[in-house]
Design a protein around this ligand. Sequence first.
Ligand SMILES: O=C(O)c1cc(C(=O)O)c2c(n1)C(=O)C(=O)c1cc(C(=O)O)[nH]c1-2
Length: 230
Amino acid sequence: MSRPLAPEEFTARLRALSSRYWDDHPFHLRLHAGALGEHELRSWAANRWYYQRRIPQKDAAILANCPLPEVRRRWRERIAWHDGERAGEGGAENWLRMAEAVGLSRQEVLDERHVLPGVRFAVDAYVTFARTKPWVEGVASGLTEMFSRGLMARRLADMRERYPWIAEDGFAYFTSRLAVVADEGKSTLDIVVRHCRTREQQDAAVAALAFKCDVLRAILDAVDYHASGS
Ligand SMILES: O=C(O)c1cc(C(=O)O)c2c(n1)C(=O)C(=O)c1cc(C(=O)O)[nH]c1-2
C-alpha cells in the first residue's frame, strides 16, 4: 500500500487536471470569440439547463451519503443556492432568464425538448456517480469549480462585448455565481484534502475530478457536434 501524499502534493495533482478542463473546448472558444449564431447560443443555453437542473440532485445525493454533520452543514448551502429560498429565485431561475435573453421561451427550456442525448447521458452519469460512489469522491468531482472562476469571468466579459443584443438581465446567473464560486471551490478542496486520508482515497479523488472533466467535455462535444450539423 502506498503512503498518502502530503497535502501540497495531493492538491498539486488535483490542480494539474486543469489541463483537462472544458475552458479550451472548441465550442467555448467559439462562444468567447463571438462566433456563435443565435441558434447555437440557444442550443447551448437549453442544454446547459439540463446540467443546472440536475446539480441540486447531485448535491442532495452527496448529502444523503455523507454521515458527517459538519460537512452536510456546508454542503446543503449549495442546494439552496441553485433552488432559491422560494419559487422565482436562485441559480436555476437565473439560468432560465439567461435562456430567455438568448431567445428561448421558458416552456421550451423546461420541457427539455432541445436537450441532446449525449448531454443527458453525460449529466445523468454525473448524478449517478454522486449517488453510487463514496461521498468524498462525489465532493471531489465538484472540484472543477476550482478552475471555473476565470472561465466564467472571461465568458461574462466576452459575451457582453460580442453579443450586445443579450439583455443585461440575462447575465445574472454569471454575476451571482462569480460572487460565490471562489469560496465554494476553496471549501470543496478543504473537505477533500481533510477527508482523503489514505493514498487510495486520494487516488480516487483525482480520478473523480478527471471523470468530471470528461462529463463537462462530453456535454460540449454533443452541443458542438449538433451545432456543426444544423
Ligand atoms: O460555467 C461554467 O463553466 C461552470 C462550470 C462548472 C464546473 O466547472 O463544474 C460549474 C458551473 N459553471 C456552475 O455554474 C455551477 O453551478 C456548478 C456546479 C458544479 C458542481 O459540479 O457542483 N459545477 C459547476
